[in-house]
Write a protein that binds this ligand. Structure first.
Ligand SMILES: NC(=O)c1ccc[n+]([C@@H]2O[C@H](COP(=O)([O-])OP(=O)(O)OC[C@H]3O[C@@H](n4cnc5c(N)ncnc54)[C@H](OP(=O)(O)O)[C@@H]3O)[C@@H](O)[C@H]2O)c1
Length: 276
């Protein structure tokens, strides 16, 4: 075996693009998958990865991806990263179609790709001794927040999917990994933006940002930090600085929740046993 191969979904931007770059830097053969061919081409030109254009909510595209990857050889790792959130409306007010889209891309697409590539991952096991399936869920798959109904439901489901898969693959040397990020600073593009819309940052000098929601052409995620820029961090030892967003943004509650979720989890881990 000369090199190991990883398939990274959602490689056209954000976490997926960064993941593809990192694997490539470490000598892996990478297949980056997404819908936006131009962005994949740019990444391929920069890094030398293989790319495949696919809408992972479509079974025919996933079948074509499987055939493409099979032509390259065994797979040693799969990173199910493609996903995102649509909208911040309440359960009562939100659009059911948004929920369906979120479930489709964050859950069913993970199932589709995992099913399609498992035989190739088993080939990777035969060749290299082990393989990994990693799915990027979210802290939203573990902690609820107001306005998060559809995304929470989808990411909780993705979390459950990974737990089931872990049981079903027990005994095979295929590791099932879930990464549940809190807020991640990524660089969104207009085509990936479906988040609202307006924000203002209370810093000096005052800065504001505005983004349009329409048309909803693609996923959006939790890439808010670059849409809603933060003041520079000035403290490191006393814990993370908090974003200071205006009280009007409904998304502020989301930020706090997500942050709080991370903090709670961390503090639980750090708490001494006797005090539990
Ligand atoms: N950023 C955060 O703060 C954060 C926090 C927690 C969890 N997450 C999760 O991390 C993952 C990546 O998020 P990100 O922030 O990097 O978002 P992003 O920059 O918007 O990337 C999402 C990626 O998914 C791809 N994608 C979306 N729908 C697809 C589809 N139907 N078929 C194929 N590819 C599709 C997009 O590519 P195309 O549009 O080109 O198809 C894009 O490459 C997501 O699962 C998100 O839920 C993010």
């Amino acid at each position: 075996m000369t090199s190991r191969r990883v398939v990274v979904t959602g490689a056209s931007s954000g976490i997926g693009a960064a993941t593809a770059r990192l694997f490539r830097e470490r000598g892996w053969d990478v297949v980056g998958v997404a819908r936006r061919a131009d962005r994949l081409e740019a990444l391929a030109a920069e890094t030398g990865i293989d790319t495949f254009v696919a809408d992972l909510t479509k079974q025919a595209d996933v079948d074509a991806l499987r055939d493409f990857v099979a032509g390259l050889g065994p797979v040693h790792a799969l990173v199910n990263n493609a996903g995102g959130a649509f909208g911040l409306d309440s359960v009562e007010q939100s659009d059911a179609d948004d929920w369906i889209r979120m479930y489709d891309v964050n859950v069913v697409a993970v199932k589709r790709v995992t099913s399609a590539l498992l035989p190739l991952l088993r080939q990777g096991v035969a060749e290299g001794g082990s393989a990994d399936i990693l799915t990027v869920t979210s802290i939203a798959g573990h902690v609820a927040y107001e306005g998060g109904g559809g995304y929470n439901a989808a990411k909780f489901a993705a979390h459950a999917l990974m737990a089931v898969l872990r049981l079903e693959l027990a005994g095979e040397p295929i590791r099932v990994i879930e990464v549940a990020p809190g807020m991640v600073k990524t660089v969104p593009t207009p085509s990936t933006t479906t988040f609202p819309t307006r924000c203002r940052l209370k810093t000096s000098p005052r800065r504001s940002c505005t983004r349009s929601n329409s048309p909803r052409t693609s996923t959006s995620t939790w890439s808010r930090s670059s849409r809603w820029p933060r003041p520079p961090r000035t403290r490191s030892s006393a814990g993370p600085s908090r974003p200071r967003l205006s009280g009007r943004s409904r998304a502020r509650g989301l930020d706090k929740r997500e942050k709080r979720g991370s903090t709670v989890r961390r503090s639980r881990l750090l708490r001494p046993r006797s005090r539990r």
